[in-house]
Design a protein around this ligand. Sequence first.
Ligand code: 5GP
Ligand code: ZN
Length: 123
Amino acid sequence: MSKTSDSATSQPEDCIFCKIVAGDFGSDFVYEDQWVVAFDDISPQAPVHTLIVPREHVANLEDDPSPELLARTFGAVSTVARLKGIDKSGYRIVQNNGAGAGQTVYHLHVHLMGGTNFDEGLR
Ligand code: 5GP
Ligand code: ZN
């Protein structure tokens, strides 16, 4: 049972990330496996800004993602960081849950950012 309100839950038919995962837009994937795909953010907030997205549609952490989906999604982070060349220099991950956190796409995703110094702390 989903814990996310209906208004916050995009169905796969109108989910932009489901369409990208399905290859509808011919997006270049930085990485893909059975569980996840990774592609560069359309509006990068850092020199490297890549999104890691499970193939299965789940809105966010409040939508009861399976432990395996979470493990595969977060587990892909270091692989993608290496592929993007930021594993040694360091990187930040951000994962938004709900409007109050600034989530705009209601298909779970991890932002992987790097290629700059995040020397101003958390923000
Ligand atoms: P959120 O705010 O939901 O955590 O992050 C959604 C992210 O998806 C934003 O950083 C936004 O730039 C990115 N985004 C939205 N639509 C598209 C798209 O069609 N293609 C790509 N590559 N990124 C997108
Ligand atoms: Zn989706």
